[in-house]
Design a protein. Structure first.
Lengths: 276, 276, 276
């Protein structure tokens, strides 16, 4: 086992790693978390034996919660990573392009840029009883900037993508599966066993086959870098809009990133956020 | 409230309008209806406060029934609208491109060009007990000409799109949801409340966020104008085929656009339409 | 009725043929089967009255089982067919481009290149109780080479396509429908009646309407020949990899293409294939 705060890498076998997010209190996606993902990607790229990575959380209430809204995002939307794209996008794009298969095993809340993280993973399996997944950005005066608007229409179709993004609300496990937002939702007691069996199975296969198959699927299923960059640039502009800043402040004042109860349910208040 | 026969606009709040189709007896899509939609689009384009429009019907048995087959279609496939495309296409394309979110709240029958209307809306919610949705054109010697063949494959996948279009049959609410033809089907008693809550939620958001998110999703989810025009031109040619005219006459003779019982169930007879 | 081993053509009516695979013991897809499909396509191309073909199996345990792994594949990946593409691809591509509608009525096992055959059909209906559908190639050190990696993402979305292909496991009827891998799964007792009614309905329609509608849907839903060829060439290369040959030999040694029980369940062993 290797320790890399804010995530741990557990090498189940040389071909199969579990990556456990453990960044109290809420696994917020800030510059530190993205740096850890960048370090992880470098290790994945350097490891010839690796076939599959499972991403999970040490906190059953929060998978990854959302993009940090208190300013701790460093230069992740401006500095570029190894792909030549800004760090935020580089992280997600390199996961999609990696010859290693990636599986998001979801329990708890995962919203906004963190929903975009799981959308960048090859597969998504969610707890039926314990999942709150969504893209609430539009309710904060923003919009998805890390690939959500580019990836969701391909996965769930235009109508459901527009509902997810413009409605800015949470989806539970059952609804997320029905829409195709996740591959499937499993009873919480079966989730670990299902994902572990799938990961061990993939880990037993020839890495060249896994990589070749994923490369072929990528050719017909990945959004263009131009479209992704357009979204990220537009997101950066939206962060500066006065009404957006007003909405962000209203959320922080109500307890976002501080109060655990509010952190669990904040998309529920977005339709009345600026009311007295 | 503003009266614009054959539809009414109810301004719930400045950011949220309900548009109620009320064009007895069956809400048939003829030149008058398309003119009303063109007028509505001009009003929508001119209104800065608007975020979301819900389209519904005053008649629980017919949402919009289908393209008029008695010749009252004026020049809607030839004269061009503000987008430079023929009125039929212009109407649907401008709904998809509008910065305003559009929601089809479906009760009753909605077929052919009217199915294509709801496919042009951003989201579709249908009554579980009271929906008959389909593209029956192929059974009339025609084919969808208003975007159905271009939009359905993206939404439901090629196999289900081919079944919907080549099978030319009705889908009830449950099947339509299962195929992804509508976002979801809700028990009829819950439909109004669900859609109203979603619309009020979107209406509370910043219009720039709604517009930017929709623009990004549109970039990766809208069919090209060339493909849409190809379908419309082919549809225009098919209208002149002798066997098509024979099928249209057979339907009119049996009661289409006249008899309410036949109007409700006419796709059921298409497999035996030319039998004695 | 016409006899064309290894398949029979039953002309229900001039517009509707049933094609019954009957190639004991397992309906393996070898050079003989592809030649029969090539002959069938020539007959379909020459028949003006035909509107729809239903593909089914005489053996309820095997629809089409999989690509032959004992070397009886002749020149189907090298010699070109009428489309200018290699026979394997030519067969599938011509089914997709044909003006005739194609329906796969699935009972039993159908895997690998045979899954790719049903993905090339316009529609897929499966027995709820008796379907084992999958793309197990990656578990054999290969990857789909006949269009699976190009067609699945469009039909089921990227995440589910990656699970199907990288997981290399069977899907039963219920899961296949839930993922959109088949149009729908029906109780076995209803499958024949449902498909027959749909086929007779399409057979009654004007062939020009069927062809025009399918042509329009094809424009926005078929993969490019370049992507298909890329996959086929990569598949050909993978067949020569030493570890792949080791996996194929292990399967043959355990009973593939010989033992009926093993033939039914072989994807289940892929995760432990090279263990002692």
């Amino acid at each position: 086992m290797t320790e890399l705060a804010p995530l741990r890498v557990i090498e189940e076998v040389p071909a199969y790693w579990r990556v456990v997010f453990d960044y109290p209190p809420f696994n917020v996606a800030d510059a530190t978390l993205f740096q850890a993902l960048q370090d992880l990607l470098a290790r994945m790229d350097a490891c010839q034996s690796l076939r599959v990575v499972v991403f999970e959380s040490a906190n059953p209430e929060f998978y990854l919660s959302h993009f940090d809204l208190t300013g701790k995002t460093g230069n992740i939307t401006t500095a570029v990573g190894p792909s030549g794209l800004p760090i935020l996008m580089d992280t997600f794009v390199r996961i999609t392009r990696s010859p290693v298969a990636s599986i998001a095993k979801i329990r708890g809340c995962v919203r906004g840029a963190c929903s975009e993280f799981v959308l960048a993973c090859d597969m998504r399996f969610a707890s039926l009883e314990n999942t709150r997944l969504g893209q609430p950005e539009v309710g904060v005066g923003l919009h998805p900037g890390g690939g959500g608007t580019e990836r969701l229409p391909h996965i769930v179709g235009r109508g459901r993508a527009l509902e997810i993004v413009l409605g800015a609300n949470d989806f539970d496990g059952e609804s997320a599966e029905r829409y195709g937002y996740v591959n499937r939702a499993l009873p919480d007691a079966e989730l670990d066993g299902f994902v572990d069996a799938l990961a061990r199975r993939i880990a037993s296969f020839d890495g060249r086959s896994v990589a070749a198959a994923k490369r072929l699927i990528n050719q017909v299923s990945l959004p263009s870098a131009d479209h992704l960059l357009d979204a990220l640039n537009s997101f950066g502009a939206a962060l500066t809009w006065p009404e957006t800043q007003q909405r962000v402040l209203a959320l922080l004042k109500r307890g976002l990133q501080q109060d655990v109860d509010f952190e669990k349910r904040w998309p529920a208040v977005l339709g009345r956020l600026l009311e007295a």
